[in-house]
Design a protein around this ligand. Structure first.
Ligand code: COA
Length: 256
């Protein structure tokens, strides 16, 4: 479905690799759709027990493809971003992420839906939605303040600064930090370990862990999506996207 999303079955583990190195794994609509499809196929396949998502050594994912924000309109009635978010949110099998390098925008917020997140010591996280004149996505305005408290979530969303793998670990966003070269191998080993456990019990435990927050997260996601879509067409955001393509800083001096 997309040349940039590689899938492979390794015994009972479905490996999904985001691989668009020339754009640091920025996600196009086609890539969102391919990831959603891969997760859904993994869900349907009884031989798959765990789903692992990763990028490469220097980047996990730098978020939405900003150029596509300017140009692509998705056919009415379809929304690959919503399908992607739904696949992550409703997955019944454990989702594991191995994160190296940049995890920016949805590359960071998607992690809030994973069950286990392992980071390389070179991982750097950032949620620059305000700087892009957009708003946070993927239900993160519900999940992040509950994970970190309002003030630290505000810092991440309003100031949009990078935070490190160690900070992500302190926040509880990351389970463990490994040396950069080892994170994928370690995450795969944990996936293998998990894939040998009684599958129905694993799925039930995941369901119980998520059941009380499923509705509010979905509600937050829908409210965010409505606002995000509106903001995409705003003058502020158009200035940001134009500046990105022109490789300059956006100028908001004339905006109210
Ligand atoms: N969308 C589209 N293209 C992107 C991208 C994105 N989110 N992030 C990086 N790229 C592209 C760059 O435009 C560049 O393409 P080019 O070679 O055709 O000009 C290429 O990937 C390499 O990126 P570059 O900026 O040169 O690399 P860097 O190492 O100097 O910086 C980042 C890396 C991640 C700090 C920087 O690319 C960045 O801030 N990207 C935007 C991230 C973002 O805001 N994501 C949220 C989107 S909702």
């Amino acid at each position: 479905m997309s040349e940039f999303i590689i899938t492979e079955t390794l015994e009972r583990v479905l490996r999904i690799e985001i691989k668009r190195p020339e754009k640091k794994n920025a996600l196009t609509m086609e890539m969102y759709a391919a990831i959603a499809k891969a997760i859904n196929q993994g869900e349907q396949d009884p031989s798959i027990r765990v789903i692992l998502v990763h990028g490469q050594k220097e980047f996990f994912c730098v978020g939405n493809d900003i150029r596509e924000f300017q140009s692509v309109s998705v056919p009415k009635g379809t929304n690959p971003i919503a399908d992607f978010s739904a696949a992550l949110r409703t997955s019944k099998k454990p989702l594991v992420a191995a994160v190296n390098g940049y995890a920016v925008g949805v590359g960071m917020t998607m992690l809030l839906h994973f069950d286990l997140v392992y980071a390389g010591s070179n991982a750097k996280f950032r949620a620059p939605f305000v700087d892009l004149a957009l708003c946070p996505d993927a239900g993160s305005t519900y999940i992040l303040p509950r994970l970190l408290g309002h003030q630290r979530a505000s810092e991440i969303f309003l100031l949009s600064d990078y935070f490190t793998a160690e900070e992500a670990y302190q926040f509880g966003l990351v389970n463990k930090v490994f040396p950069t070269d080892e994170v994928l191998e370690q995450a795969l080993s944990i996936c293998n370990q998990l894939s040998l456990k009684p599958p129905a019990s694993v799925r039930l435990t995941k369901e119980l862990l998520k059941r009380y927050t499923a509705n509010p997260i979905n509600e937050a996601r829908m409210v965010e999506l409505k606002n995000f879509t509106k903001k995409l067409r705003s003058r502020e955001a158009r200035e940001v996207f134009k500046a990105f393509v022109e490789k300059r800083k956006p100028d908001f001096s004339k905006f109210k």
